[in-house]
Design a protein. Structure first.
Length: 121
């Protein structure tokens, strides 16, 4: 499951660069190089989008929440989704961490089981 997390970390890094998001790429690169999870990135697995009962393959763009000050902008959270063969993964960066009980998964939870959620949950 750590490799699943790192796969999405790698894709997340590309989205940060692609969208010029005000989010440091270094912690994402460090996670990949060291083979350790990113402490502020969480995954949520669910039923993917379909069109006429056919699975859709797509990736959304990076949606960010930014806090601005007089000197700089700081990204406080960012999310995107990946849909393939009827499975959807939402990937969330949150500088404050995620609330427990929200069905978000992280490797530090030390489980290889995830709960699939319905669309919109």
């Amino acid at each position: 499951m750590l490799n699943v997390h790192l796969f999405f970390i790698k894709m997340f890094g590309g989205l940060i660069l692609e969208g010029s998001a005000p989010l440091s790429i270094q912690p994402f690169a460090n996670a990949i190089v060291t083979g350790q999870s990113h402490s502020q990135v969480y995954l949520k697995f669910g039923c993917g989008v379909t069109l006429d009962n056919n699975p859709v393959l797509n990736r959304t763009g990076l949606q960010t929440k930014v806090r601005s000050s007089a000197t700089h902008e700081r990204c406080t959270s960012a999310a995107w989704s990946y849909n393939v063969n009827g499975v959807s993964v939402t990937v969330m960066y949150s500088e404050q961490g995620m609330q427990s009980g929200m069905k978000w998964w992280h490797p530090r939870l030390t489980t290889d089981r995830v709960e699939l959620v319905g669309i919109g949950e």
